[in-house]
Design a protein around this ligand. Structure first.
Ligand SMILES: CC(C)(COP(=O)(O)OP(=O)(O)OC[C@H]1O[C@@H](n2cnc3c(N)ncnc32)[C@H](O)[C@@H]1OP(=O)(O)O)[C@@H](O)C(=O)NCCC(=O)NCCS
Length: 222
């Protein structure tokens, strides 16, 4: 049976009746081919059930490695949240349909958050930023495939104003995106700058920490 749930807060139409509380701000950066190993490590650490929720099937290690190998960083966007040790805690894949610029242009959103980092608002933050990126690229509809049992994912989508259509054990959430504005473009530039700066800072801090450890090991040897 197909069940269409009411679209509570459709983006781009009437504003929500009550202000929607923003998730805690956390820097997010765009990932590049050089991050493939970190992406693979993050996905391979997901337990079987999470892989099932993420991909719609219990992806094997080989299937995950294949997925990571085939990520197209030119066509799509991959966004990530790192901890201070530069471990990838959460990532989102925004897959653009080839017909960008089309009146029905769409993109598909997929996300995963490490089990130890759930409930901090990372999933929602990634969703909101991915929606902003998609909007700024002229995408009109953001699509999310999820299992009906996936309460957190469906909550994130509904909260953003998506229409959720359930079909048995599966659900499709469709979020209509408004046209981009100067403000939405500037917001993306600011977010990207902050994400990049944060990553460099952590990278530098990590190198300094290693250097300090090496020097102290050397001092102890004398
Ligand atoms: C779905 C997933 C990304 C959510 O990540 P998260 O960082 O824990 O989510 P958030 O902290 O942003 O919480 C999202 C919302 O879900 C709610 N939530 C969390 N767990 C919930 C649960 N078990 N039942 C109902 N709602 C829940 C949170 O309260 C929050 O709602 P709020 O913003 O109104 O308070 C994460 O659970 C995950 O990686 N799952 C495995 C992969 C997957 O399912 N991917 C989605 C399909 S592509």
């Amino acid at each position: 049976m197909t069940l269409v749930e009411p679209d509570l807060r459709r983006a781009g139409s009437s504003p929500p009746a009550a202000p929607v509380e923003a998730p805690n701000w956390v820097p997010i950066r765009s990932l590049a081919p050089r991050h493939r190993a970190r992406i693979a490590r993050h996905l391979l650490a997901l337990p079987t059930h999470d892989r099932y929720l993420r991909f719609g099937y219990a992806a094997s290690d080989d299937q995950i490695r294949g997925y990571v190998r085939q990520l197209d960083f030119d066509r799509d966007e991959v966004l990530g949240i790192f901890n201070r040790r530069l471990r990838l805690l959460a990532m989102a894949h925004l897959a653009y349909a080839p017909d960008e610029g089309d009146p029905d242009a769409s993109a598909e959103f997929g996300v995963s958050v490490a089990a130890s980092a759930r409930g901090r608002g990372y999933g929602r933050r990634l969703f909101d930023l991915a929606a902003l990126h998609a909007r700024n690229r002229g995408v009109q509809t953001l699509l999310i495939h999820a299992l009906s049992e996936n309460a957190p994912m469906l909550r994130i989508a509904r909260r953003a104003g998506a229409e959720v259509v359930r079909d048995g054990g599966e659900a499709r959430a469709l979020l209509k995106l408004p046209a981009d504005t100067l403000a939405s473009q500037v917001e993306q530039i600011v977010e990207s700058g902050a994400g990049e700066w944060d990553y460099r800072f952590k990278h530098h801090a990590r190198r300094m920490q290693r250097l300090k450890e090496a020097l102290s090991a050397l001092a102890h040897r004398r």
